[in-house]
Design a protein around this ligand. Sequence first.
Ligand code: SAM
Ligand code: SF4
Length: 325
Amino acid sequence: MLDVEDDANAALPIKAQRWTGEAAWAVYRQPFNDLLFEAQTIHRRHFDPNRVQLSRLLNIKTGGCPEDCGYCSQSSHHATGLAASKLMDVDTIVAEARKAKEGGATRYCMGAAWRSPKARDMDGIVEIISAVKEQGLETCMTLGMLDREQADRLADSGLDYYNHNIDTSERFYPNVVSTRTYADRLETLDNVRQSGMKVCCGGILGLGETESDRVDMLVTLANLSTPPESVTINKLIPISGTPLAQSAPVDALDFVRIVALARIMMPTSYVRLSAGRTAMSDEMQALCFFAGANSIFIGDTLLTAGNPEDAADRKLFRRLGLEAL
Ligand code: SAM
Ligand code: SF4
C-alpha cells in the first residue's frame, strides 16, 4: 500500500516520491505479515534476496570527541574509560583493509571520532583513501560534519561513500545530542550529495524514542533530494558511562518493522543491519533479512564495540542460504 503525497508523485521515479508521516505510519502499522510481504516483494524487485553486501568498519581515530552524542563511547563528555588515540598510520589501515577484503568485504568504512576533520587532517585522509582504493575496495568514511569544500576534496580523492547519521527524528534529536543540530547534519548530507559522493545515513533504535520517532526518521531519509544509497539501522549498544546506557531496549519485532519500512520507503537503497547484531538472535536477523536488510558489517569489532565473529556470521549465512554480494 504505497501511498504518496499526491498522484502527481505517483508517476515520478521511485527516488523522487515524497512521503508523509501519515502515509509511512499507515504502512508501518499494517499487520506484521502484510508489512513483511510488501517489503519482501519490493526487495525482490530490486535485489537478489539471498545476497548480502559485506562492509568492514575500522576506527581510524579513537575517542576524545568534543561532541556529546548520548550513546557514544568516544565522546569526551562521557566517562566511558575509553583511551583516545591519534589518527592511525596509513600502513596499518591498508593492512586491515587487505584482511577485510580477504574476509569478503567489498566496502571498507573508516570512522574518526571528530566533530569535523581539521585542515591539517585532510592531506592524511586523502592519502588513506587512495591507499585503500588501491586494494580494490569501495571506500567509505565517517569523519563528522563536512563543509562543501571538504566534501569536494574527499570526492575528488575518489572516496565512494560518506556516512553521516541523523540518528533519530528531528523531534527527539535534542534528547540525544546538543553539540550539533539536526540542521547541521542535513547540511553535511547535502554537501556530500552535491560533491557527487554516495550517501550512507541512518540512525539508532533504542535511544528512548517513540515508534513514531523511528518512522519520522525514515520519512526524513526517504524525502532527501535523493535517498541515501546506504541506510544504516543500528540497535543501541548500551555503553556504561553514557547518558543513554539505561534506555529501554527496542522491541525486536518493532525493530524488524522499521527495517521493512525502510525497504518499502527506499526500495533501491542498501539497508544495513549495523550496530547491535551481537544482541540479536539468528531468528531476529533472519526476519530483518526477510524484511529487506541486505548489508551488514563484518569483523568482531565495530568502532569500539563488539560485533559477531566471522565464524558466527558464516554459520548464520549457511543456515539461511545467504551469500556475500
Ligand atoms: N564521529 C562520526 C560522526 O559522528 O559522524 C562517526 C560516527 S560513527 C559512524 C558512529 C555512528 O555509529 C553514530 O553516528 C551512530 O549512529 C552509531 N553508534 C555510535 N555509538 C553507538 C552505540 N553505542 N550503539 C549503536 N550505534 C552507535
Ligand atoms: Fe563524536 Fe561521532 Fe561519537 Fe558523536 S558519534 S560523540 S560525533 S565520535
